[in-house]
Design a protein around this ligand. Structure first.
Ligand code: HPA
Length: 279
């Protein structure tokens, strides 16, 4: 059953009661192995997804499944420590549900992070990639179904889904911190299995630089409701078939954790610059 506007309003009302004087401006979604940034939130209110009306709960063991609302990088943020994925059996709309709830709470920007496999053979494990665009050709779209016009129009524009001025800000922050930042297109696969080598080759031909199983439903919904977006992917492995070896899910989490300091520095440096404007 598709959600109706009132569902989102109820979820937002539940969170609003608990968040006190905090007025979050940025929704920060932390991907696989990147959840530790939530521990740095000051004056936090922690809300497990399972308590919130209409929320889906993550079944993936390394995804904690809670909001942490407080101050990070000088900005009031709503951190999602863990997210749900389409591969867990949820619809794309359910997967992106928290984004609209955040919007109703006044959040103007989404900073989304994920682990990915590199399609682009000039990338290396451990690289951080600034997402410039995405490709979702075959997998479920979160906006299918009745349009909720309270959030946005039936056919929304995706030309600047990854906000140009936020990308520019990220380049400056990376340069100042001495962090090498790749730039590329995120190719969305639902998973849960990793891609086949043929799928990775096809995605490369189509213009993809990295492959991943998240982020795209959330970015589509964020664009629909007028939010500004910044996205980073951490390369935890080369895409299937790029190297003569099998992929390993444990390696994904270990590599993400090992890149923690660089990734945190980048996210913390960008947060103060996400002001809701595209200048
Ligand atoms: N493919 C899809 N998603 C991923 C990968 C991958 O190779 N690595 C981490 N997340």
């Amino acid at each position: 059953m598709p959600f109706v506007y009132e569902n989102y309003v109820e979820s937002a009302a539940y969170i609003r009661r608990l968040m006190g004087e905090r007025r979050p401006e940025v929704l920060l979604i932390l991907g696989s192995g990147l959840g530790y940034l939530a521990e740095q939130v000051q004056d936090p209110v922690v809300i497990p997804y399972g308590e919130i009306p209409h929320f889906a709960v993550s079944t993936v063991s390394d995804h904690a499944g809670r909001f942490v609302i407080g101050t990070l990088g000088g900005r009031c943020v709503m951190v999602m420590q863990g997210r749900v994925h389409v591969y867990e059996g949820y619809s794309a709309e359910q997967t992106a549900y928290p984004v609209r709830v955040a919007r109703l709470l006044g959040v103007h920007s989404l900073l989304v992070t994920n682990a990915c496999g590199a399609i682009n053979t000039s990338y290396a494990v451990g690289d951080i990639v600034l997402i410039t665009d995405h490709i979702r050709l075959f997998d479920p779209d979160p906006l299918i179904g009745p349009n909720l016009s309270e959030f946005g129009p039936r056919c929304c524009d995706m030309t600047y889904a990854y906000t140009p001025s936020y990308r520019e800000a990220a380049r400056r922050v990376a340069a100042q911190a001495g962090i090498t930042l790749r730039e590329g297109v995120y190719f969305y696969f639902t998973g849960p299995q990793f891609e086949t080598p043929a799928e990775i080759r096809a995605a490369r031909l189509l213009g993809g630089d990295v492959a991943g199983m998240s982020t795209v439903p959330e970015v589509i919904v964020a664009s629909h409701c007028g939010m500004k977006v910044l996205g980073f992917s951490l390369v935890t492995n080369m895409g299937a078939g790029v190297l003569e070896q099998k992929l390993d899910g444990a390696e994904v989490v270990a590599t993400a954790e090992a890149a923690g300091d660089r990734f945190s520095a980048l996210v913390l440096g960008c947060l103060p610059l996400l002001d809701g404007e595209d200048k």
